[in-house]
Design a protein around this ligand. Sequence first.
Ligand code: CTP
Ligand code: MG
Length: 226
Amino acid sequence: MNYTVMIPAAGSGKRMGAGQNKLFLEIGGLPILYHTVSVFLEDPHCEEIIIAVKPEEQTVIKEMLARSDKGKIITFVKGGGERQNSVAACIETYEGNGIVLVHDAARPFLDSSVIRKLVSTANEKGAAIAAVRAKDTIKLAANNVVQQTLDRENLWLVQTPQAFRYELLKRASDAAVREGFLGTDESMLVERIGYSVQIVEGSYDNVKMTTQEDLAIGEVLLERRK
Ligand code: CTP
Ligand code: MG
């Protein structure tokens, strides 16, 4: 089953503290963004890639991705001030009516088996997100005082990709814009219009490169994949 992927890549990577968009930092000698996009360039089921970038970074990103030209359509759109705005720009540009995936550019270690499961679940149910089970005990606190210990059986750490029937994602995104709601993932937007979102068990390898320690983990993960 085919799909389109939307990749927000217009952040600045403040928590990485590299003084530049963290997506240009290298793992195994290649930029993080290159690894992420390659997963989709190499997936025959991925029909189109829509990337949200900062206008001033578009040329250098185009050149970076041209190194791995697989003849696939890559559409560039102008990212926004927040991640959700960057994804909204991708949603506006898409012209089809199929299954769309949203995937953070900062997650370079995505397995195609997870993509398969997400696409088929979203096709069947409308919305599906990748997540892994929490390994630690998680507590809810107020001013550093524990209020409640949450039942780990029901806790999931949510990642991207998140997969949707396009019309559902568009409806959820439009509602968020209309009501001035800003979420931290697309699932939240779909949840708040009253739609059920399915969890697909993903992989602990699918880490988001956020701080310096993640780069070291990334080097290990890449080495293990070789
Ligand atoms: N992103 C985006 N547009 C923004 C902010 C973020 O497209 N205005 C993208 C990032 O490039 C990244 C993904 O959203 O691929 C997930 O965001 P995050 O990991 O938070 O990256 P940054 O926002 O760049 O990092 P930080 O929050 O540390 O500044
Ligand atoms: Mg951010």
